[in-house]
Structures are given as structure tokens and as C-alpha cells.
Design a protein around this ligand. Structure first.
Ligand SMILES: Nc1ncnc2c1ncn2[C@@H]1O[C@H](COP(=O)(O)OP(=O)(O)OP(=O)(O)O)[C@@H](O)[C@H]1O
Length: 214
């Protein structure tokens, strides 16, 4: 499902490369990327998402060799394969919740899929919020909307960057359950990047989650 060898990344102007130990994730398992601040979690997520080009080594994601794709192919691949729940949710306040869920398809030049949006809002228990704007939502509700948006195009891989940032203990447990349930229901692989001890403890206790420590 996911594998890399000799993978590294060097930012322009940075002295040293970030190097990642070789790794492969079997199908049917989820992944926790953990490590201290600055250890390279966000960089690895960006590589997995095809947002950063592979400079060193090889990287296969969901059966695709990312080093073989040009920029346009990478864009198409990302839209069709990945769902991303970023640390800052980036919901558009100019649009309703339903409008935000239409964005991934519109950005890809496709028609919006209101039936899919309604199905996800229902599954995430926020159907009543479809007409609200993001600033009218609680933090937990906004995270569910971001999760629904990430799932709109039926991704094979669901990436979550620091999903517990700014959440209390109760919301953290709840958010992890939502991510795992969604991955289960949608049949996709979940990758969580976090340095939060609560997340590490909760995911580390599961036998279907592998860990990469950076
Ligand atoms: N755009 C950039 N240009 C130069 N260096 C960068 C850039 N982005 C990140 N870095 C550096 O690369 C290293 C890894 O950063 P990264 O953001 O991947 O770490 P992280 O583990 O996600 O950290 P955090 O938990 O604090 O978000 C750090 O030393 C950081 O300073």
C-alpha cells in the first residue's frame, strides 16, 4: 500500500537532508507517523501526498510509483487517490458546509456530488449543519466537515496532520474514532501524523496500526 526506500528530502537552502528509514505498510493496516517537532512528519506527509516531489530514493503510494509521475499526472493522481485533513482545516467561510464539500470535485473540473455530500454528512452526524458557514461551527463540528470533505472523492488513502491540535482529551478520543471509523467504512488506509502523546497512546494500542518513529 505504502513503501519507501532511500527516501530523503532537502529543502532549498537547508544544509542537511531529512532521511527516512526504509519502510513498507501492508494492505489493511493503518499508519501512525510520530516524532518530535521538526523530525520531518509534515515533510513525509507532503511527500506521500505528492505535494513535494521525490528528490531522493523511491516512494510507492497506493500502487503508484510517485517518482514516475509528472506534475499534471501527480495532480490528477492526488485528486483521485488522496483525502487530506490538514492541521488548519482551511474551510472556506464564503461557502456553506455543503458548498465546502462540493469544492474537491469542482477543483478537479468535475460536477459536484450532493448525494455523496449528504451521505457523508449523515454518516458523520452533521447533516443538520449543511447550510451553516464554517464560522458558525464548533471546533469538533468543523473537523467533521473537513473529514467529510477529505472523503468526498472516495480516497484510497486518508491523511490526517496533527488531528488533535487544539482539542481537549475527550474531543481527541472522539476525533480518532471518527477517523478510524471513516477509514473502515470507506475501505481506505489512514495515515496520522502526530507528536501528541494521547494520539500515540490511543493508536499504539491498536493491532491494526503500524508506527513509523521519526
Ligand atoms: N519550507 C521549508 N524550508 C526549509 N526548511 C523546512 C521547510 N519546512 C520544514 N523545514 C524543516 O524541515 C524539518 C522537518 O520539518 P517538518 O515540518 O517536516 O517537521 P514536523 O515533524 O512535521 O514538525 P512539527 O511537529 O513541528 O510540525 C525541520 O527542521 C524544519 O525546520
Amino acid at each position: 500500500m505504502l513503501a519507501w526506500q532511500g527516501l530523503g528530502h532537502r529543502y532549498a537552502g537547508a544544509g542537511q537532508s531529512i532521511r527516512y528509514a526504509d519502510f513498507a505498510l501492508r494492505g489493511g493496516r493503518h499508519l501512525l507517523l510520530r516524532g518530535a517537532s521538526g523530525s520531518g512528519k509534515s515533510t513525509l506527509l507532503a511527500l506521500l501526498a505528492g505535494l513535494l516531489r521525490v528528490q531522493q530514493g523511491s516512494l510507492e503510494v497506493a500502487g503508484t510509483d510517485l517518482t514516475a509521475l509528472g506534475p499534471r499526472e501527480l495532480d490528477a493522481w492526488r485528486g483521485a487517490t488522496l483525502g487530506f485533513v490538514p492541521q488548519r482545516l482551511h474551510l472556506s467561510d464564503a461557502l456553506t458546509v455543503a458548498g465546502n464539500l462540493a469544492l474537491p470535485a469542482l477543483a478537479a473540473g468535475q460536477r459536484a456530488d450532493p448525494a455523496r455530500a449528504a451521505e457523508l454528512l449523515e454518516a458523520l452526524d452533521i447533516a443538520a449543519l449543511a447550510g451553516r458557514r464554517p464560522h458558525q461551527l464548533s471546533v469538533g463540528q468543523a473537523q467533521r466537515v473537513a473529514l467529510a470533505r477529505a472523503l468526498m472523492r472516495r480516497p484510497r488513502l486518508l491523511l490526517a496532520d496533527e488531528p488533535s491540535a487544539s482539542l481537549d482529551d475527550e474531543h481527541t478520543v472522539h476525533m480518532l474514532a471518527l477517523l478510524l471509523d471513516a477509514a473502515e467504512r470507506e475501505g481506505c488506509t489512514l495515515v496520522v501524523a502526530s507528536h501528541d502523546a494521547r494520539v500515540v497512546e490511543a493508536l499504539g494500542a491498536r493491532d491494526d496500526v503500524s508506527e513509523v518513529v521519526l
